[in-house]
Design a protein around this ligand. Structure first.
Ligand SMILES: [Zn+2]
Length: 305
């Protein structure tokens, strides 16, 4: 599309000529290549700063990612541009923040590669390797460990410990399989959205992304009031639940995929599907409604009794 000179070709290739001995005498070839390397990094960072302001980058994100994910990447891209390829980023602790920044950086590089036919993403992953920065921080590793160890029954007995309102909400998160932020929106608008125990959600006008979930009759009758992030944080501590709230989404997927249908499980979680596909998925859902009700009834009853 565009013909920007690729920095990695011009500068990353180390200059192994004997220019050092000819011109400077005291420079080793390593010194020379380090200078070249840091020059190219500066250029790459300048290029990425352009991407960060590029409205097409925003459009690409919203066209290809979940709207919430796209929004978060777009909002954090300014900070990521400042940190990419820096020592400051290297020494940052490998926590969730760093992992988020890594995702933003990855997206910036990908878009640059698509637009300019470059290899920035490869450069980026090579740099991560060199600096021993790993995708997947400690928290994530813990979560995967938890995913293996925490059984559905353990989660159920944890949910039982929550105050009534949050018991209902955590069950809603578990049964709907929605991302926490989506679950909050849908829960708070339940009366408007729920029609015959079916909730169709249209997340984004542009991407036409949609998903549909069943509202379980046992939950339908007890959903009331509103929840917000700070209340959730205060009342639904991971230390009580035994895992992060978003782990419930994994459990939901496992139940629906193994007991009903993998493809349907993805649609109900909003991982796949748009407006044109809903005519395929909705009848499929209806065919499985009774089965779905049965599977989740057992789980809900265990939590509420
Ligand atoms: Zn309902």
């Amino acid at each position: 599309m565009n013909t920007r000179p690729p920095a990695w070709e011009a500068d990353v290739l180390p200059v192994w000529t004997n220019s050092a001995s000819q011109n400077w005498g005291f420079l080793s070839k390593n010194d020379n290549s380090i200078t070249e390397f840091s020059n190219s990094i500066t250029k790459n960072r300048n290029y990425l700063a352009d991407v960060q302001k590029d409205p097409n980058f925003k459009k690409w994100l919203y066209d290809n990612k979940h709207p919430l994910y796209a929004k978060s990447i777009w909002n954090k891209s300014g900070q990521a541009v400042e940190l990419i390829f820096t020592d400051r980023f290297v020494i940052q602790p490998n926590d969730r923040i760093k992992q988020e920044q890594l995702r933003v950086m990855g997206n910036l590089c990908r878009f640059h590669d698509i637009k300019y036919d470059s290899n920035l993403h490869q450069e980026f992953t090579l740099w991560l390797k060199k600096k021993e920065i790993k995708w997947g921080g400690n928290k994530r590793i813990n979560m995967y460990r938890l995913a293996k160890q925490m059984s559905l029954n353990e989660v159920i007995s944890s949910i039982r410990k929550f105050p009534e309102k949050y018991k209902t909400f955590s069950l809603f998160v578990l049964v709907s399989g929605l991302r926490t932020e989506e679950a909050i929106t849908v829960y708070n608008n339940h009366d408007k959205i729920c029609q015959n125990n079916l909730m169709e959600i249209f997340w984004d006008r542009n991407t036409k992304k949609t998903n549909a979930i069943f509202c379980h009759p046992l939950l339908h009758s007890i959903i009331s009031g509103y929840v917000n992030k700070s209340g959730i944080k205060k009342n639904m501590k991971a230390s009580i639940l035994g895992c992060e709230l978003r782990y419930l989404r994994k459990l939901n997927y496992t139940q629906n995929a193994t007991k009903i249908d993998g493809h349907l499980a993805e649609f109900m979680q909003g991982r796949t599907g748009n407006i044109s596909q809903r005519h395929y998925f909705l009848p499929l859902m209806e065919n499985n409604r009774r089965k779905w009700n049965q599977i989740w009834k057992k789980i809900i009853v265990k939590c509420l009794k």
